[in-house]
Write a protein that binds this ligand. Structure first.
Ligand code: FES
Length: 141
């Protein structure tokens, strides 16, 4: 193999490598939606079985599903504390969401009852599609 052939092969390999890298970067950029809502789905049966006053952690989507009372719509809360992002839990005795990291507490509507968190839990909205599956969308503001 001559010196020219060797250089051509090296340049071809570099070209293939760079085009692959560029394709990956374009695909990553196109997939970035910019919103914080998880791109997950919830079967209608999970929503239908939700009991009033008993928030349910839907782990597959990383959200809490909450029906405050029999008449209210289902609320969907991000499972990360708005303080510094720890995963909080529902305390069924106290009827509050509690964060184990710095002891913030939130009522069933996601409002701050006790800091250091200074803003409500992030909520999302649901959209039922033609396949009877709820899609989690960013909250309309
Ligand atoms: S992360 Fe929840 S209180 Fe700090």
């Amino acid at each position: 193999m001559g010196k020219r052939s060797f250089i051509k092969i090296i340049l071809s390999l570099i070209t293939v490598l760079l085009s692959g890298l560029l394709s990956w970067a374009v695909a990553k950029f196109a997939a970035f939606s910019g919103d914080k809502a998880p791109s997950k789905f919830i079967p209608k049966s999970a929503i239908d079985q939700l009991q009033a006053g008993a928030p349910f952690y839907y782990v597959q989507a990383g959200v809490w599903l909450v029906r405050e009372d029999e008449k209210s719509d289902v609320a969907v809360y991000d499972d990360k504390c708005p303080h510094l992002g720890c995963r909080y839990n529902w305390n069924s005795e106290k009827k509050v969401f509690e964060c184990p990291c710095h002891n913030s507490a939130f009522d069933i509507k996601g409002q701050v009852k006790k800091g250091p968190a200074n803003r409500p839990i992030t909520s999302f909205r649901l959209s039922l599609d033609e396949k009877n599956v709820y899609r989690i969308l960013p909250s309309a503001k």
